[in-house]
Ligand binder design. Structure first.
Ligand code: GDP
Ligand code: IMO
Ligand code: MG
Length: 427
């Protein structure tokens, strides 16, 4: 049985945690392939609510092996506190596997993230402040620290010293901060080593062997397509590749193994942090989406910016990810509007544009061109089949499907596992 990728089709927070958890019971492995604890994935199981940041959402499914792939950046203190938090709630986390090649978010990476944002002032990205960008920068600059380095003190010390040589110059001379001493960092990192060691494994080998043995592997993206460092709204993006190709590099699995790519798509749009957002609302409709949808960041507690559904973005996500399916979430949030605007194209300086412009300048000028679909008033959270939905809700889903370029195979009508309408099976 092949590999599936599940990723965000918009700017993150589409409901990936819920969708992953839903499939978790039927898959053998759930793998995070990029990002780190900038993610905040909510999973609701019965009356229990979990907020996962670094750990794959599959950790809540007993039969499933959760994997942190080589493409992920790991903050060891967050990892250990997330594990102990789950253990205290009775979740068995002993099957977790962590790639020895995953990079470590060091304390100085977190510092650099925060001071850089402060220094950018008005032009800041609005990062989560978790050290994500600086850690990936170190990886690309070849001065990163990897999980496996925790098990060779001499190498670890040399690497931390090399990384701090340059960083301390920047911190002290540019940002007017105190220098960070290598010994302190090494000591802190070594303090985590023993607790993490049982999980460290050659995840590339294990995952490829699992696929050879016909096991089902699900790759769970963090963030979303428009936050991708290559394909998102650069520079207002994260520093990794949430798009489908990222699953291959971030887990060491060839593209020929991936048979299904599921885009998680919110029935409207949200964004956290800075950057362009054509359908953003600044009126009472935006306020209502935020309130009814509970649109508040799981990681930073920031209010999410809210707007109507943007079909241009959904089409773009279909294209750059090769999506085979959509999982449409939060349709229930849209109950109660007379009519629901859907952005079908952009007006860019007087010209109608159907596809996402590659130019940042054009995208900043994009004004939504709306079509107005009739709304519905009924509470749909009890709907179990597509036929249970009011006619106008069915028409809304069909319209989104036609505009977005891939079949909508599941619909979320509430945060719980069972509050899902399955149309086509994913497995
Ligand atoms: P993720 O980062 O993509 O996993 O998404 P988040 O967890 O950050 O945000 C999604 C929020 O929507 C969470 O609070 C989920 O519990 C909730 N959610 C997911 N699917 C649905 C749905 O279909 N309906 C409703 N009402 N809430 C949902
Ligand atoms: P999940 O997995 C929404 C945003 C930040 C900021 C930008 C860069 O829950 O969907 P970073 O700290 O990554 O350098 O911040 O990316 N961002 C997210 N927005 N959901 C997320 O994760 C996000 N992870 C990062 O708000 O705009
Ligand atoms: Mg989230």
């Amino acid at each position: 049985m092949p590999a599936l990728v599940l990723l965000g089709a918009q700017w993150g927070d589409e409901g990936k945690g819920k969708a992953t958890d839903l499939l978790g019971g039927s898959v053998d492995y759930v793998v995070r392939y990029q990002g780190g604890n900038n993610a905040g994935h909510t999973v609701v199981v019965g009356d229990q609510k979990y907020a996962l940041h670094l750990l794959p959402s599959g950790i809540l499914s007993p039969g499933c092996t959760p994997v942190i792939g080589n493409g992920v950046v790991v903050d060891p203190s967050v990892l250990l506190s997330e594990l102990s938090g789950l253990n205290e709630r009775g979740v068995d986390t002993s099957k977790l596997l962590i790639s020895g090649n995953a990079h470590i978010i060091t304390p100085y990476n977190v510092t650099v993230d925060k001071v850089t944002e402060r220094f950018l002032g008005k032009r800041k990205i609005g990062t989560t402040g978790r050290g994500i960008g600086p850690t990936y920068a170190d990886k690309i600059n070849r001065v990163g620290i990897r999980v496996q380095d925790l098990y060779d003190e001499s190498i670890l010390t040399q690497k931390v010293e090399a990384a701090l040589d340059v960083k301390n110059q920047i911190l002290t001379k540019l940002y007017n901060r105190r220098a960070i001493t290598a010994t302190q960092v090494v000591e802190e990192l070594l303090g985590y080593a023993e607790q993490i060691e049982p999980y460290v494994a050659d995840t590339v080998l294990i995952l490829n062997q699992a696929l050879d043995d016909d096991k089902v592997v699900l790759f769970e993206g963090g963030q979303g397509t428009l936050l991708d460092i290559d394909h998102g709204t650069y520079p207002f993006v994260t520093s990794s590749n949430p798009t489908a190709g990222g699953a291959c590099t971030g887990a060491g699995v060839g593209p020929t193994k991936i048979s299904r790519v599921i885009g998680i798509l919110k029935a409207y749009t949200t964004r956290v942090g800075a950057g362009p957002f054509p359908t953003e609302l600044f009126d009472e409709d935006g306020e209502a989406l935020r309130r009814i949808g509970g649109e508040r960041g799981v990681t930073t507690g920031r209010d999410r910016r809210c707007g109507w559904f943007d079909a241009v973005i959904a089409r773009y996500a279909t294209r750059v990810n090769g999506l085979t399916d959509f999982f449409l979430t939060k349709l229930d949030v849209l109950s109660g509007w007379e009519q629901i605007p859907v952005c079908v194209a952009y007006d860019i300086d007087g010209e109608r544009v159907e596809e996402l412009p590659y130019s940042q300048t054009d995208f900043h000028h994009a004004k939504p061109v709306y079509e107005y679909l009739p709304g519905w008033q009924e509470d749909i959270s009890e709907a179990k089949t597509f036929a249970d939905l009011p006619k106008n809700a069915q028409a809304y889903v069909k319209a989104l499907e036609d505009m977005s370029g891939a079949p909508i195979s599941a619909i979320g009508v509430g945060p719980g596992r069972e509050e899902t309408i399955e149309i086509n099976s994913f497995l």
